[in-house]
Design a protein around this ligand. Structure first.
Ligand SMILES: [Zn+2]
Length: 233
């Protein structure tokens, strides 16, 4: 059995990983396993928060620095960004996007994948494109090392026809708060979700939720899991 597990987070923009997965990523890193991150875009069409006007090039460069800071705080060991059109993933060649994701998963021999749920969690069109691309790659066997696929849901998410694992804050709010703060250009959307960042865990942020969407060919298996590594080969 392989000792270290690789968990691939496949996302659209810098900050998607921090919003919904900080507790999980820190826990994976602290356990000696490898969280790796792919983002399809550099987030250069986003807002600039309180930083004032910026060109797309300036914002892309700023968001690179922000993401570097955040991944260091979270313990992500590998980052790859495809630099595709931010806000325009729907217009991208779906086969090319799938191949980028599949290539990333194969090269890093990902055991587990985490991505957006079907509604993109926020409804963002780029998020929904990523959800479907990851599904097709994993379901189609383009990344044979992958044994499980999880969808990152809102913390309050509940379902009867699927299994959800909730990852507790467990002292990691400070990690998440610092990683969120690193995404300085996104502070307005961060404050909309988390309020003004302070030492206390915001209401509704005691857990992060991950729905098991697929495990070795089975869609939405029903099982009680202690960790995302349960039952891996
Ligand atoms: Zn996003």
């Amino acid at each position: 059995m392989k000792k270290n597990r690789t968990v691939a987070f496949i996302y659209a923009h810098p900050d998607d990983e921090t919003f919904g997965c900080s507790y999980l990523i820190r826990e994976i890193a602290d356990g000696g396993d490898l969280p790796v991150l792919f983002t399809a875009t550099r987030g250069d069409a986003g807002k600039t928060g309180r930083l004032g006007e910026m060109t797309r090039e300036e914002l892309a460069a700023k968001r690179d620095i922000e993401l570097d800071k955040a991944i260091e705080i979270l313990g992500i060991t590998t980052l790859e960004q495809a630099g595709m059109g931010d806000g325009k993933l729907k217009e991208a060649d779906p086969a090319a996007l799938r191949e980028l994701i599949a290539d990333f998963l194969r090269r890093h021999e990902a055991d587990v994948v985490v991505t957006f749920p079907e509604d993109g969690i926020s409804g963002h069109a780029d998020h929904i494109v990523i959800h479907h691309a990851v599904n097709e790659v994993v379901f189609g066997g383009q990344a044979p090392s992958v044994q499980k696929l999880y969808y990152n849901q809102l913390s309050s998410y509940e379902a009867n026809s699927s299994s959800i694992i909730k990852i507790a804050e467990n002292g990691n709010w400070d990690v998440k708060r610092r990683a969120l703060a690193a995404h300085e250009s996104q502070i307005l959307s961060i404050e909309r979700v988390f309020g003004k960042l302070g030492p206390d865990v915001p209401p509704g942020q005691q857990v992060e939720a991950f729905e098991l969407g697929w495990e070795r060919g089975v869609h939405f298996p029903i099982k009680a899991e202690r960790t995302i590594f349960d039952d891996l080969n």
